[in-house]
Design a binder for this molecule. Sequence first.
Ligand code: MLT
Length: 382
Amino acid sequence: MISDHPGTELHALASAGPELATQLPAGSDPGATDALDDAAWRAAPAGRWQHRHLLDTDTLSWADIELILQTAETMSGVLARPIPKVPALRGYGMTILFYETSTRTRVSFEVAAKNLSAEVVNIAASASSVSKGESLIDTVRTIEALGARLLVIRHPVSGAPYLAAQHFGGHVLNGGDGTHAHPTQALLDLYTIRSRIPGGSVAGRKVVIVGDLLHSRVARSNLWTLTAAGADVWVCGPSTLLRGFEAWGAAGVAGNRHFTVTSDLNAALRDADVVMALRIQRERMAGGLLPSLREYAARFGITAERMRLAVPGALVMHPGPMNEGVEIAPDVAAGSASVITEQVANGVAIRMAVLYLLAGASGTGAPVPGASGIAAPGSGAS
Ligand code: MLT
C-alpha cells in the first residue's frame, strides 16, 4: 500500500506524470500487478490535472486534452498486457447510474474501472428506487452514502450530471446527458483519429460529421475537442437537423474556433480526411424533422460511392449504435477504412485515463468506508 512508502518518494511520484507508470522499477514484471507496480500506479499526476468532474469537454484546456490522450496511451500499454490490470484505484468505489440504455459506454466504463481495480456497482434506473419516484438528488446521496467516490451518470435530461455533481462528494463523470454532452466519446474519437492519422496531428485535417446533429451530444462534445485540435471541422445534414449549428459555427466554438455547416453532402465529403456518421436518433426525434428514413438514407447515407469524394483511405467513424443502411451502408461500416471497432476498444483506454486522472485530483472524494488506511492517489497522505 502507498502508506508503506516514505513520504519523499510519494512526493516525487505524485509530482510526476502518468508516464511513470511505464517506467516501473528495474526488474519488475510488466505483466504483474505487484507491490512495486502498486507504488508507481498510485502516482497520480497531482498539479497537472485540476478538474474534479468531467461533465463536458468545454472546460478542458488543450493541455488537459493532451494529458488525457497521453495517459490513455499508457493505458493502452496496460491493455496490451497479458493481464490488463493495475491497482491504481484499489479501494475506490465507482457507481454507474444509467437512466438510458447503453451497451458500449456502460460496459466500457465498467471494464476500465475494473482494469484499475476499482469496485464497481451498476445501477439501471429502471431496476432501482428511481422507479418508485426517488429524486436524482436522493439517489446520488444514497450512492455516496454507500461508499462510491466516482459516479458515472447517463441521463436523458441535458444538465442532469451537473445537478448530480452539486450533491455528490466525489467525482462525477458524464456518460451522456440528453442532447448536450458525451465527453469521453469525444475524447476517444480524437484519440482514435490521432492514432490513425500519419504524423498524429489533426491540425488542418478535414473532419466531417454527418447526420442527426440536432440530437447529438457526441457532435457537441466533439466540436470542442476537434476545433481545439485545429481540425477543419464540417457538420452536414438536412437543415432541420442542423438548427442552431449555423449560429454556433459562425460565432465560433469558444468565440473563435469556427466550423462549417452545410446540407451539401458532396461539398462536405470532398477531400475529407475523416468522416463520422451519426445515428438518426428516432427516440428523440419530434415529428416533421425528416420525411422518412428512406429519404434520409438516399440523400445523406454514407455509401462507398460517396466516400470516393474523400481522400483515399479516409477514416470512417461512428459512435454507435449504428442504423446500418440508414446513416451508413453496411459495406462502409465494415470496410477497410472503418475504425468503428477501434473507437470502441480505445474507449476503454480513454476511460481508464479519465478515471485515473479524476481520482488523483486534489482535495476531493468522500472517504471510502472501511478503507481509511488507503491514501487517495496524489494526496501524498497515508
Ligand atoms: C450516445 O449515447 O450519444 C451514443 O453514443 C450515440 C447515439 O446514441 O447515437
